[in-house]
Design a protein around this ligand. Sequence first.
Ligand SMILES: Cc1cc2nc3c(=O)[nH]c(=O)nc-3n(C[C@H](O)[C@H](O)[C@H](O)COP(=O)(O)O)c2cc1C
Length: 193
Amino acid sequence: MQRVLIVHASRHGGTAGIAERIGEVLRSTGVDAVVARAADMPDPEGFDGCAVGAGVYMGSWVKEGTEFLDRYAPALARMPVWLFSSGPLPGSTKESKEPVDPIENALGPAEGPGSGGRRKVEELAARIHPRDHRVFQGAYDPNDSPKTIAERVVRMMPVSKGVLPTGDFREWPLVEDWARDSASQLRTAVAAG
Ligand SMILES: Cc1cc2nc3c(=O)[nH]c(=O)nc-3n(C[C@H](O)[C@H](O)[C@H](O)COP(=O)(O)O)c2cc1C
């Protein structure tokens, strides 16, 4: 049986929920899926593949996510890896007539001001060569207390009132399709040795 490690860096549980759902779908396809917190630094050695996801705050992954990728980059580079960012809340960015790049929507521009968080993830991805980096919409509950000082400050800024839509916008059918697709890629990769 193929074994997959699903790692999440989640501040308010939205990304953790997506990771759990991916685990359920993989198990339903006959994969032995283990879901773990990035903060616990689970060792991916011995797994056939790994999915790593993080919540996005101010254009950066929750730091335990990038710490996990950095620490285990050599092992991850030897197995199929899938990344996901859980972030955008619909309506939180300026409406645009241009098609919006999901990575840019969540993590910001590739270079210049505001690109630091995205570049960090992309530098790590360049060491690991993930098969995909998917962006899923997130969730925001203003009644759940902020977990960091920066988050508290951002939430208090008057501008945030209009740009942080409240609700659970996680797109379960897209998450499930992505998990099924990853499972089939894994089977092909394992069969090819
Ligand atoms: C203060 C604050 C800043 C955020 N910044 C971003 C952002 O830069 N990009 C993005 O896509 N989502 C952003 N979000 C939305 C979160 O990524 C979303 O709520 C996500 O589901 C959080 O995941 P978690 O519950 O696993 O921590 C922000 C949310 C808050 C509250």
